[in-house]
Design a protein around this ligand. Structure first.
Ligand code: C2E
Ligand code: MG
Ligand code: MG
Length: 730
């Protein structure tokens, strides 16, 4: 499962939690707000009631305490609004009336605060306290007692209206209620104050209340979040487990048994769905990583295993070996017996390999007849060596099928990991290089990758780069080596041999770069270039009246097998206006390697149809199967240099040479002896009836501009002494 999807699932859980918590919080918030406002209301009502009660008490006490000297006036709602003298009381009397003072004091006591009586002074326009030095619970209450303009209660009281509210006192505020006292005719007489307490103390009590409410709310919210979170965590656990499984599934790892599949709810549905996807992925995985023919791993499996092994190897945890097996000539099996039989051989090969390498080896078929095997825990490659020998032995045993006995020729390249490579691509490449080296061996065709091998490859790579650019800039030159009739000294033909001019090395011989070109496929381009150059030369010679039978051009097996090869040859002939019989194509017996006889025959027939001549080069040096010789449309047989070399000095060799020449002649072929270097060898070629000799005795390959001089040398007899002798004997 991708991080994005996982995030999605997590955010779903988060969203559910958030909605849940938000709802709970809203509920708590609502309840708290209502409670808070109710409590606030109650506490302010309490304060108001306290003040109201103080006012009523004061009014009642003064009314009854003074023997009805004062009566209370109420408003429409029953609230006391003023006190009124029932008879005219002299001001002084009131000021000194001890009973009144006691009464006022009792009023103060009953309110837990203080009470004071004031007489209005018209002269001062202020209320003068008549109960000074009022003993109270608080000394501060006795200060600043007269009510002047600017006092909080002054405006209301002087207007004959009661005042309820805070009044400043001793730097603080006190809650008090003031009732005006009017005389019998309604004029302002004074005021009574019932003082109920310090306002900040009242506020503190109220605030304490609020703090308690808020703390309780916070505690409840925290509790809800905690419990809700735990609950959600518990409830979402199956979802998280399934998300983890999906995650593994998405990253390509087997999630194992999917939990909660037995549940009957939505989680169960999800788990079952996931299980089905896991099964499907399992099947797809197997398909994607298995070779359908052999059931071994496929190329993808191989590279994946290789990467895993290299990762471990690079962490110094293991060392391993990589074996790359290839069968030389396997395509022949397919060509000859058909693909089905070819597949059977591959299946049987896999069975044999599995037996040799055992269950710990990781075997994969990466292309037609290429198997790659990873052997974990093979420290010094001794296991690889041992198994490679066994594998070659076992695979070399013929496969006995109803259709016949089939043999394959295995070769194995070995790379040690991490010694030879740290990454998969390099590992595969170096094992391939070792395989290539193994294929070049005559026997024990397995090879370990090594530094010299690598060096060789580096050189080859450099050669390839340089050769590529040499081809592009048309630097390669053709030299021509004459083929001379050893009896008549007549020029029969010329072989075109490619040369690579180098500023430092003169001409680089083809033996150095043709094999590289063949390995890299560059030979196709090179072959085409040589064909063009040779045809251009043939056309030029014809136009100049130079006489020769044909010019031979070497064709490499890869070039020969190209489906369009015959057409290409025809195109080039036409382009340069060369009569087809003037061109002879030389192929070696190597064209039979990896190609069925039938295919070779088809290609040769196509070339024959065009009218070019065909020559079998280096005869006897390689894959010699005499059986095909008579069936294939060659006109010429070129006997490999090894057969003539010193054959004039060795009777057995001479007989062998004679037999080969005889074979060619009996098939009606023109026989050319290659590589005659001495007069003795030339003489042998002449006496045994070779049609032509191509060798250093006559001339090496020379540039076209030196050719006439060379031919002049030959015809003037410098190189015919012994042959002449032979002529006279004949
Ligand atoms: P090849 O086709 O068998 O050519 C004959 C080789 O033998 C030439 O070597 C030639 O120089 C050499 N040779 C001829 N006479 C003597 C002799 O008396 N003594 C000795 N020691 N050698 C002699 P070269 O030119 O080095 O070519 C080597 C091989 O390279 C050729 O063998 C051919 O297989 C390949 N080659 C050369 N040019 C081409 C080409 O244009 N295309 C392809 N595909 N292969 C080429
Ligand atoms: Mg040749
Ligand atoms: Mg040759």
């Amino acid at each position: 499962m991708s991080a994005k999807k996982r995030l999605g699932l997590h955010s779903l859980a988060i969203r559910i939690s958030a909605v849940f918590v938000a709802l709970v919080l809203c509920g708590i918030g609502l309840i708290s707000t209502i409670g808070y406002s109710e409590i606030s209301k109650t506490s302010s009502e309490n304060t108001a009631e306290r003040v109201d009660r103080a006012a009523r008490t004061a009014a009642a006490m003064l009314t009854f305490g003074t023997g009805q000297l004062l009566k209370t006036n109420f408003d429409a709602t029953g609230q006391p609004v003023s006190l009124q003298l029932t008879e005219d009381a002299p001001e002084r009397e009131l000021k000194t009336d001890a009973r009144l003072h006691q009464l006022v004091r009792a009023i103060g006591d009953s309110n837990g605060g203080a009470a004071r009586l004031f007489i209005w002074s018209d002269a001062d326009q202020s209320f003068e306290a008549v109960t000074p030095n009022l003993p109270g619970s608080d000394e501060a209450l006795t200060n600043d007692i007269n009510i002047h303009a600017g006092h909080a209660a002054y405006t209301d009281l002087s207007g004959g209206v009661p005042y309820l509210g805070s009044i400043p006192m001793a730097g603080r505020s006190r809650l008090a209620v003031f009732l005006p006292i009017v005389n019998t005719d309604g004029n302002l007489f004074g005021a009574i104050e019932a003082n109920v307490g310090w306002l900040d103390e009242l506020m503190v009590a109220e605030n304490r209340h609020h703090v308690r409410i808020v703390s309780a709310t916070i505690l409840i919210v925290a509790g809800v979040i905690l419990l809700g979170g735990l609950f959600l965590r518990f409830e979402l656990r199956p979802l998280r487990q399934l998300a983890g499984a999906a995650d593994k599934l998405a990253s390509g790892t087997q999630p194992g048994k999917i939990p909660h599949t037995g549940r009957g709810d939505e989680i169960g549905d999800l788990a079952n769905g996931l299980e089905r996807v896991t099964d499907l992925q399992d099947k797809l995985h197997k398909l994607a990583y298995t070779d359908p023919v052999t059931t071994a791993g496929n190329r993808r499996r191989y590279f994946s295993d290789l990467k895993t092994i290299l990762r471990k190897a690079n962490q110094d945890q293991i060392s391993a070996s990589l074996l790359h097996i290839d069968f030389t000539g396997f395509s022949k099996v397919n060509d000859t017996f058909g693909q089905q039989i070819g597949n059977r051989v591959l299946i049987l090969s896999y069975t044999r390999l599995a037996k040799v390498f055992g269950p710990t080896a990781l075997i994969a078929r990466i292309s037609a007849d290429d198997f790659c095997i990873l052997l974990p825990n093979d420290g010094n490659g001794s296991l690889a060596k041992n198994r490679a020998i066994k594998a070659i032995e076992t695979l070399s045993e013929p496969f006995v099928l109803a259709e016949g006995e089939i043999r394959v020729e295995p070769s194995i390249g070995v790379a040690l990991l991490p010694r030879d490579a740290q990454d998969a691509e390099t590992a595969h490449r170096v094992a391939g290089l070792a395989l290539r080296a193994a294929k070049e061996k005559e026997s024990h065709r397995y090879e370990f990758f090594s530094a010299p091998l690598n060096e060789r490859v580096q050189t080859e790579m450099l050669t390839e780069t340089l050769l590529r650019s040499a081809l592009k800039t048309r630097q390669l030159k053709l030299h021509y080596q004459p083929q001379i009739c050893p009896v008549s000294q007549r020029l029969i033909g010329l072989e075109a041999l490619v040369r690579w001019p180098s500023e430092t090395r003169g001409f680089i011989p083809p033996s150095e770069f043709i094999p590289v070109a063949e390995k890299t496929g560059l030979i196709l381009e090179l072959g085409h270039y040589v064909l063009q150059e040779a045809c251009a030369q043939i056309a030029s010679w014809i136009s100049k009246g130079f006489e020769f039978d044909q010019v031979s051009v070497n064709v490499s097996p890869l070039q020969f097998r190209q489906p369009r090869f015959a057409e290409d040859v025809q195109d080039v002939l036409e382009t340069y206006g060369v009569p087809p019989h003037k061109l002879c194509l030389e192929v070696t017996e190597n064209v039979f390697v990896d190609t069925s006889e039938q295919l070779v025959l088809d290609i040769l027939s196509a070339l024959q149809k065009i009218g070019v001549q065909l020559s079998l080069d280096d005869f006897g040096s390689g894959y010699s199967s005499l059986i095909y010789l008579h069936r294939l449309p060659f006109q010429e047989l070129k006997i490999d240099r090894v057969f003539i070399s010193k054959a004039d000095e060795d009777q057995q060799k001479e007989q062998l040479f004679q037999a080969i020449v005889g074979l060619g002649q009996s098939l009606g072929l023109r026989v050319i002896a290659e590589g005659a270097e001495t007069a003795g060898e030339l003489s042998l070629a002449a006496t045994r009836g070779c049609s032509g000799v191509q060798g250093f005795f006559y001339s090496p390959a020379v540039p076209p501009e030196q050719l006439l001089d060379k031919l002049g040398e030959i015809s003037t007899g410098k190189r015919r002494a012994q042959v002449n002798g032979l002529d006279s004997r004949a």
